[in-house]
Design a protein around this ligand. Structure first.
Ligand code: ADP
Length: 463
């Protein structure tokens, strides 16, 4: 669910941020552990050196008496480790008096005759200490030398390291997310380009291809695969178009032959009434089928060579008047009012007169078909500086909003018109193709049971 809503670049950013942060945390933890071990080893070395020097002191003092030794030990302990040292006998009792009250009350670890050298962690008054103990024999006596050092210094270093690490997390998160976003946007930019181009390719411009950048990566392969697929689709579509054109063309002959036979038969005065009706039906149906074939052929040709109509200056105003004059008797026959308003002067546009006549006739024919008797059809041509808007409006049955986006599709007929009114669903597809060829957008607005209006705005030229 989340995957479907979140863009790839955002997901990559989150992943990048999460992985970078985990790496940073792992690296920080490893550094912290290393620092801790290094500091502990450092402390051990310090304590070892201190006990080494104590051994040397006790050996060189071997000629002296015990009281002097005790004094020397006390001086040594104060000079080296804040008085934190002890010399114990094998039974754990002190061989010499404690050099300081701190040492006296210090929780030294218990020793026995066979205690080996060891580094132990102890706490005194909530303060952590490292204690190094080492067995030592002096003049046949078994002693145990102890020295301690506070760990607090180490902990301060470790704590400030940890704080620094934590404080850097938001900054690292920001940097890694920004870096991740930048990288993913950069990596996905070619995909956006491919998407935009692929979206713009339709059956009308199927020869278009997505851009291929020679990067040798997955994106290049994706673009090439898309182009291969488009190539195959184009070949199939061309085959279908060719088939439609050929089929329409080939069917015309037998159809007109059938019609001619029926027309000839109708001329015979001796045929009975039933046969006459049958032949009349054949003439009508073949006439409709011929119109359908003509429309299919027109569209097949339009597909083969888009924008193939040659344009030249013509007077749109007189063209409107001409076509409306053809519609007037049909409107009268169906008790429909036909209002025509157009400038009396010429409105010069670039166009092809037969195609524009056909377009206007398709719109008018629809208005006549889909408006109930005593309805009203209004054709208007309004000229403005540099442009002229042609509109065909009616107050007929209208088009349901769900059908509106599809009425320009081939063979599409909105539900109420199916079966009730004659038609093949190709008229508006042809009208749209003619408008497109004139670089004009054919717009429609409609409200069910209220009416429909088709509108086009042409650029005018100085005729
Ligand atoms: P058709 O041969 O069915 O008229 P078109 O391509 O000319 O085919 O029109 C497609 C469909 O659009 C029609 O079937 C009809 O449902 C709808 N339509 C077109 N013009 C109008 C109009 N003026 N009023 C209502 N519906 C219309």
């Amino acid at each position: 669910m989340l995957n479907r809503r979140v863009s790839i670049s955002l997901r990559l950013t989150l992943w990048f941020g999460a992985i970078f942060l985990s790496g940073w945390v792992l690296f920080g933890a490893a550094m912290w552990m290393t620092l801790k071990t290094t500091l502990k080893n450092e402390r051990r070395l310090t304590l070892e050196r201190r006990i080494d020097r104590l051994e040397v002191l006790l050996q060189t003092d071997s000629a002296e008496n015990e009281a002097d030794r005790a004094q020397d030990f006390k001086d040594f302990a104060h000079a080296t480790g804040n008085g934190l040292a002890e010399i114990l006998r094998a039974d754990g009792t002190r061989a010499y008096p404690s050099p300081s009250p701190l040492a006296l009350n210090f929780p030294w670890p218990p020793v026995s005759p066979d205690t080996p050298e060891q580094l132990i962690h102890v706490s005194d008054a909530d303060q952590p200490y490292w204690v190094l103990g080492r067995p030592f024999s002096l003049g046949g006596r078994q002693l145990y030398l102890l020295a301690a050092a506070p760990e607090a210094g180490n902990l301060v270093v470790l704590e400030s390291f940890r704080r620094g690490l934590l404080a850097s997390v938001p900054m690292m998160l920001l940097i890694s997310s920004a870096g991740g976003y930048w990288l993913s946007r950069r990596a996905l930019r070619p995909v956006d380009r491919i998407t935009a181009t692929a979206r713009s390719i339709s059956i009308r411009n199927i020869s278009g291809r997505v851009p291929v950048t020679a990067t040798g990566d997955e994106i290049q392969r994706l673009a090439e695969t898309c182009n291969d697929m488009l190539g195959r689709l184009e070949a199939s579509v061309n085959q279908i178009k060719q088939f439609t054109a050929d089929a329409s063309h080939e069917l015309r002959g037998p159809l007109s032959f059938t019609r001619t036979i029926a027309e000839v038969a109708l001329k015979n005065p001796r045929i009975d009434a039933e046969s006459r009706r049958a032949f009349e039906d054949i003439v009508n149906e073949t006439a409709n089928a011929a119109l359908l074939l003509d429309d299919m052929l027109t569209l097949a040709r339009a597909d083969a060579v888009p924008f193939s109509i040659p344009l030249q200056p013509l007077d749109l105003s007189s063209l409107v008047s001409e076509v409306c004059a053809m519609a007037r008797p049909i409107a009268a026959e169906r008790s429909l009012g036909l209002e025509v308003s157009r400038p009396s002067s010429a409105v010069s546009v670039l166009g092809d007169a037969p195609s524009l006549r056909r377009l206007l006739w398709i719109l008018l024919d629809n208005a006549l078909k889909y408006t109930n008797p005593s309805g009203r059809i209004a054709v208007s041509l309004v000229a403005a500086p540099g442009s002229a808007t042609l509109q065909v409006a009616d107050n007929g049955i209208g088009i349901p909003p769900t059908d509106l986006p599809r009425i320009f599709d081939r063979f599409y007929r909105a539900d109420p018109s199916r079966g009730m009114v004659e038609g093949n669903g190709l008229g508006l597809a042809i009208a749209k193709w003619i408008a497109d060829s004139h670089r004009v957008e054919l717009k429609v607005t409609s409200e069910e049971s209220k009416g429909t209006a088709f509108r086009m705005t042409f650029a005018t030229v100085n005729g």
